[in-house]
Write a protein that binds this ligand. Structure first.
Ligand SMILES: C[S@@+](CC[C@H](N)C(=O)[O-])C[C@H]1O[C@@H](n2cnc3c(N)ncnc32)[C@H](O)[C@@H]1O
Length: 218
């Protein structure tokens, strides 16, 4: 594991609840926009995992407050919400989710998965972390299994990586590590690992290209 990821996990270890509260405050600033964004994300998740039979096992890594895992559970998937910080796991458990304390860089993933979701989590992963995790996800998935993830787009950043504490409602009080990846780098990692791209698009931010979003299959 990179020092960047371990130091960022140490921040979440005591500030995870602050992250959850910030998300709530952010959404309350423009509820209509937040509702529209959520509906779009949920439609995307549903479409992405549509090839998986209902009841198929999906692992979410870095579940945070658990909103995406809860949505997938409600739509009939057997979802495991996982994270490292106790406050995140506790938030997920309170919503009735099955949880697993899982550091996806250092710990073993459960096998026989139909799907893996890593949403807004690879932002804290250095290249070495990403390479390791892609291989682990590939091994954990059944043939035909679906891997859904996003990364920050390097095109939308002046730097490859930075330590930052965002202002206003996103402020945590401590800096976290953020990495930005090019489409070329991610595509070559996908190919090297053995995945096939199903869906790819850019979205978000003022530019409309803040995120690179992928649905790939084994
Ligand atoms: C920006 S938050 C995103 C949380 C949630 N997916 C969301 O969209 O709100 C990043 C998440 O990555 C998790 N994370 C970072 N490094 C991790 C690792 N090595 N293993 C598992 N989770 C990790 C953090 O604990 C945190 O929940």
């Amino acid at each position: 594991m990179s020092e960047q990821n371990s130091k960022t996990l140490a921040v979440y270890d005591h500030l995870a609840q602050k992250y959850i509260d910030n998300t709530t405050v952010h959404d309350s600033l423009n509820p209509a926009k937040a509702k529209k964004k959520r509906a779009k994300l949920e439609a995307f998740l549903l479409e992405s995992f549509s090839k998986i039979p209902k009841g198929g096992k999906i692992l979410e890594c870095g579940s945070g407050g658990g909103k995406e895992a809860l949505f997938l559970k409600k739509t009939g998937f057997d979802i495991i919400a996982s994270d490292v910080a106790e406050a995140f796991l506790s938030s997920c458990r309170k919503q009735g989710l099955v949880t697993m304390k899982l550091d996806i860089i250092n710990d073993n993933l459960p096998n026989g998965l139909s799907g893996v979701l890593v949403w807004r989590t690879f932002v804290h992963f250095a290249k070495e972390d990403l390479e390791k995790v892609f291989q682990k996800v590939y091994t954990a998935l059944e043939t035909g299994g679906v891997f859904v993830f996003n990364v920050f787009n390097r095109e939308d950043s002046d730097v490859d990586e930075k330590w930052e504490d965002f202002p206003d409602e996103y402020q945590m009080g401590e800096k976290r590590f953020f990495a930005f990846y090019s489409e070329d780098f991610i595509n070559s990692l996908i190919e090297k690992t053995g995945f096939k791209i199903n869906t790819f698009f850019k979205q978000g931010g003022d530019s409309g290209r803040k995120w690179l979003c992928y649905v790939v299959t084994k």
